[in-house]
Design a protein around this ligand. Structure first.
Ligand code: DGL
Length: 216
């Protein structure tokens, strides 16, 4: 059984990709809606609660752990891999790095995520370690998660907020945008309206699901 967790409903976008690639596997999912958002909380909080969730998933007989949450992947995955060293743990950032690199023809990459994920610099550091000539523009979008959790995906106000956050990235002429938060694929349509049809949008859950498939 695969144990997957996120701070809320966003991780279901990861579950969807895993179902596509591993339809036969049972999944147990924990969305920490009581403590959401993780993206504006401190690293100790994120490590402590991620560890508690993993304890619970193991108790429920999960044999592999998937950290769907980008904020937890960014701040807590090293800590969690050391603490739970007897069980395979996947995080959502590393599997997608090569996909981002090959999509970035002009080497201009946008990354959007929670304030915590962007502050960690995790995506940026890992991408630059592979290619120091990349131009990376990061932007935190703190209002996206509450809007999505509220189900306000098709509202005018959401469209305006997406525009407000992403216009500056458009000006940077990025050709790839990484959705570094599990919630954001739910806004993909609105994001494309702002950045144009040519933008390549990377949902890291797709590479993550493929890497889990290869593991089996
Ligand atoms: N789903 C979380 C992530 O991928 C973000 C939501 C939150 O702030 O809790 O980072």
């Amino acid at each position: 059984m695969l144990g997957i967790f996120d701070s809320g409903i966003g991780g279901l976008t990861v579950v969807k990709e895993i179902f596509k690639n591993l339809p036969k596997y049972q999944i147990i999912y924990f969305g920490d809606a009581a403590r959401l958002p993780y993206g504006t909380k401190g690293t100790d909080f994120i490590k402590r609660y991620s560890a508690k969730i993993i304890d619970w998933l193991i108790q429920k007989k999960a044999k592999i752990i998937i950290i769907a949450c980008h904020t937890s992947s960014a701040w807590a995955s090293d800590f969690l891999k050391k603490r739970f060293n007897k069980i395979p743990i996947f995080e959502v950032i590393s599997p997608a790095l090569n996909e981002v690199l090959s999509a970035a023809e002009s080497k201009r990459i946008g990354i959007i995520g929670t304030p915590g994920t962007i502050k960690s610099g995790s995506w940026k550091k890992k991408l630059l370690a592979k290619d120091p000539t990349l131009k990376i523009y990061s932007k935190s979008c703190p209002l996206f998660v509450p809007l999505i959790e509220e189900g306000w995906i098709n509202k005018k106000i959401t469209r305006e907020i997406v525009k407000e956050y992403l216009e500056p990235l458009k000006l940077k002429k990025i050709d790839v945008l990484v959705l570094a938060c599990t919630h954001y694929p739910l806004l993909e349509k609105e994001i494309k309206k702002v950045l144009g049809k040519k933008i390549k949008i990377i949902n890291p859950a797709e590479s993550l699901a493929k890497s889990i498939k290869l593991f089996f």
